[in-house]
Design a protein around this ligand. Structure first.
Ligand SMILES: Nc1nc2c(c(=O)[nH]1)N[C@H]1C(S)=C(S)[C@@H](COP(=O)(O)OP(=O)(O)OC[C@H]3O[C@@H](n4cnc5c(=O)[nH]c(N)nc54)[C@H](O)[C@@H]3O)O[C@H]1N2
Ligand SMILES: Nc1nc2c(c(=O)[nH]1)N[C@H]1C(S)=C(S)[C@@H](COP(=O)(O)OP(=O)(O)OC[C@H]3O[C@@H](n4cnc5c(=O)[nH]c(N)nc54)[C@H](O)[C@@H]3O)O[C@H]1N2
Ligand code: SF4
Ligand SMILES: [Mo]
Length: 691
């Protein structure tokens, strides 16, 4: 079967270079230039013209060409021969693999109905059409269960929206204009490295950089101040800041009066949320909280920069709803370099129309239930689900490593009455459980458009080479599966160029293809809420959110200790954080590759000297980290980067890097966030004992 040509428009660059954009789930969405000789990519460099990434890639993608040509790449379909999870497969032709999937899926639907089929997809590629497009139509046609929830990001937006009526934020690049930069629960130098030069620029202009993080990260080490609250307690810290702002009359009353509602209730609500009160919850002394609040109001412009870290708590959305109240009180939105800079997806919404990919009519009126992607383990093992899941499709993700409750996921994937299809570039921990594995192309082999969540630049991705082996883009997989299933609706077979064109009608695609990127057509000085204009009908932001009442949640910003968390636990338990730590990984991608995992070392558990001494643990001892969900054997690293009571295991390692099959997410909590559909990875308690 020949793969159809992707793109035949005008060539942007000289014959041997191709402009592209990194597809990884990373805020930077760097522009790149691929050099091709004799049909093979020989060099991949940052595109120097890209205004955000400015010619640099990163320690992951500097070796992307090795990833693409890696001997372990999956280059043809495979069919399982050994027990589930064993990783024993044989090569198969596309025709055989497609026929097997079609037969099994028809059988599942005939016996149990369409909802017995579950799609599970994550952001392995963030590309417009390769992340999610034709799959929506394919699964509608099957009448399959819908995936809801999000591992990352949605909770931030939904949290902010309760206060602001929209998920809009400041343009992160405007941080260069700030005099006070508060990096609140984001490890910029690791996870968003191309923003750091803009922060350095602010610093050259006299800005003060503060990091608020329970871990002394590499970003905290480069800051002027590091405030280290106990995990999941920031809401109390923010309430105390509001207390100080109001008590000391550091409030912009004009702004509050013109553009907000509920101030009187907030004033009353925070009257007793003193810095002393917060200090007992956060473990940050009251004087530090006082000073932070005063600086926040008086050193201007002050930018709050946040990403994803704090969403992974039971009160994840409440964190962002509460944060959104701070710039309202000080009128910080009026200033270039003020406000809150979060992910900027909301900027692209008017210009990139994802709704064109839907085709709900294909479901022909069948009801389609929704199940959370964060409860994959629960859903696969819940025999009371009606119907139970009997066919699972996974693409663009590695849930056995990245989703909480990993042991439950494994148990679910081991079920003999589950048919599992995975589309992948590598034989991941998840792919090992598949009945059929399909080979996926990389970003150098397919066309796409990449919307960034870290800057206002949208990138073009020109395929630089033909697909390797028999790999296909995700879109082509859905087309082939639709054909194998015997479907004929033209919507299921739309080609890539047409899909891209239909979603981007308001963008200057010619300029994007010529330069490799364009800036979203929004004004240079983007001040979304300088003059109010919040997303509610009256245009005003809300300190009181009446709609939360229906969900049994407090209508005012409120700190509530987590059910599973330090604040409510006995002292033998430690709170486990599982952050991104490695420069050469992105999530669980790369940890299995030479030049990445081997150079990062091996997984470990970090704990404070006090917690180690209490358990007679020495540096490099082998210890057991466990709770009732799972257990890991790890080397201990004694550190002063963490407070007593808090321990950390780096996220991203596969089971082959651990002594058992388990990984960090074997231990983590799958409790959902208060709203927004996220999950509380960090509300996890563990015990540690020497081995
Ligand atoms: N090198 C590398 N870069 C990446 C990734 C990667 O895996 N590796 N992943 C990418 C992805 S998918 C994402 S979403 C982004 C995430 O980017 P970030 O949100 O910056 O990264 P995280 O590590 O998820 O969390 C950031 C910080 O939040 C802190 N944190 C945890 N709990 C709390 C809390 O209660 N309060 C406060 N104040 N801070 C807290 C953690 O200690 C951590 O240092 O990074 C992207 N970039
Ligand atoms: N404990 C803990 N768990 C976490 C986090 C944490 O901080 N701690 N962070 C969470 C966050 S923020 C995120 S975003 C998630 C990420 O979780 P996942 O989205 O599962 O991320 P990856 O592990 O990178 O898996 C992406 C997979 O997609 C594949 N892939 C890439 N491109 C394509 C393609 O074009 N087609 C197909 N078919 N496959 C492709 C890659 O080979 C890779 O195996 O993890 C979450 N899990
Ligand atoms: S992973 Fe992030 S930093 Fe690295 S090249 Fe891709 S977008 Fe840039
Ligand atoms: Mo993420």
């Amino acid at each position: 079967m020949r793969f159809p040509a992707f793109y035949s428009g005008p060539m942007a660059s000289s014959p041997l270079t191709f402009l592209g954009t990194c597809h990884h789930d990373c805020p930077d969405s760097c522009g790149w230039v691929a050099t091709v000789e004799d049909g093979a990519v020989t060099k991949l460099r940052g595109n120097p013209a890209h205004p955000f990434s400015r010619g640099e890639l990163c320690p992951k993608v500097n070796r992307f060409v090795d990833r693409v040509y890696n001997p372990d790449r999956l280059l043809g379909p495979r069919i399982r021969t050994g027990p589930k999870g064993s990783g024993e497969f044989r090569d198969a032709s596309w025709d055989e693999a497609l026929a097997m999937v079609a037969e099994q899926v028809h059988e599942v639907i005939a016996e149990h109905g369409g909802e017995a089929v579950m799609p599970w997809q994550s952001a392995g590629t963030q590309g417009l059409i390769q992340m999610s497009s034709l799959d929506q139509r394919f699964f509608a046609k099957l009448g399959a269960t819908r995936q809801t929830g999000s591992l990352c990001g949605a909770t931030v937006g939904w949290g902010m929206a309760v206060t602001n009526g929209s998920a809009m934020g400041a343009d992160p690049m405007d941080i260069a204009h700030s005099q006070l930069v508060i990096l609140w629960g984001t490890n910029t130098r690791l996870t968003n490295r191309h923003l750091w030069p803009f922060i350095e620029k602010a610093r050259e202009r006299g800005a003060q950089i503060v990091v608020i993080d329970p871990i002394r990260t590499i970003t905290a080490e480069a800051a002027d101040d590091h405030i280290q609250p106990l995990p999941g307690t920031d809401i109390a810290l923010m309430l105390a800041m509001m207390h100080v702002l109001i008590r000391d009359d550091l409030v912009d009353h004009d702004y509050v009066e013109s553009h907000t509602t509920g101030y009187a209730e907030l004033e009353q609500h925070v009257a007793d949320k003193t810095p002393e009160w917060a200090a007992t919850i956060c473990g940050v002394d009251a004087a530090t909280i006082e000073a932070l609040a005063r600086d926040y109001a008086t050193v201007r412009p002050a930018m709050l920069r946040t990403l994803i870290g704090p969403e992974h708590y039971e009160s994840g959305a409440m964190f962002f709803r509460t944060m959104a109240c701070l710039p309202l009180l000080t009128g910080s939105w009026k200033e270039l370099g003020g406000g809150v800079a979060k992910s900027v997806g909301a900027y692209a919404e008017p210009f990139v129309d994802h709704s064109v990919f839907r085709a709900d009519h294909l479901a022909e009126g069948k009801t389609r239930r929704s199940l959370s992607m964060n409860h994959l383990g629960r859903n696969l093992t819940d025999a009371t689900l009606a119907p139970p899941i009997h066919a699972l499709f996974v693409w663009g993700g590695n849930p056995v490593v990245t989703v909480p409750g990993a042991e439950l996921i494994r148990r679910g994937l081991e079920r003999e009455d589950l048919f599992c299809v995975v589309s992948e570039q590598f034989m991941t921990d998840t792919a090992r459980y598949a009945d059929v594995v399909f080979p996926a192309t990389t970003q150098l082999e397919h066309a796409d458009v990449v919307e960034s969540w870290g800057s206002l630049y949208v990138g073009w991705n020109e395929p630089a080479i033909q697909p390797l082996g028999e790999a296909v883009p995700n879109t082509e997989l859905w087309r082939r599966l639709a054909k194998a299933m015997g479907f004929t609706e033209p919507e299921l077979f739309e080609d890539d160029q047409s899909l891209i064109a239909s979603a981007t009608t308001t963008l200057d695609m010619e300029a994007m293809k010529r330069d490799g990127f364009i800036r979203l057509p929004v004004s240079k000085e983007s001040l979304p809420f300088a003059e109010g204009g919040f997303g509610f009908p009256d245009g005003k932001a809300r300190f009181v959110a009446a709609e939360l009442k229906d969900q049994g949640l407090p209508t005012l910003p409120t700190y509530r200790p987590s059910k599973e968390g330090l604040a409510s636990s006995d002292n033998d338990k430690l709170q486990l954080l599982t952050p991104k730590v490695h420069r050469r990984f992105i999530n669980s991608s790369y940890s299995g590759l030479a030049g990445h995992g081997d150079r990062e070392g091996a997984p470990y558990v970090e704990l404070s000297r006090a917690d180690a001494t209490r358990r007679t643990i020495e540096e490099d001892d082998l210890v057991r980290v466990f709770n009732d969900r799972g257990s890991l054997e790890l080397r201990a690293r004694i550190t002063d980067r963490l407070r007593p009571g808090v321990v950390a295991v780096p996220f991203g390692w596969w089971s082959e890097h651990h002594d058992s099959q388990s990984t960090a997410n074997s231990l983590t909590s799958d409790t959902l966030t208060d709203w927004g559909g996220g999950v509380a990875y960090s509300d996890t308690l563990v015990e540690i004992s020497p081995l």
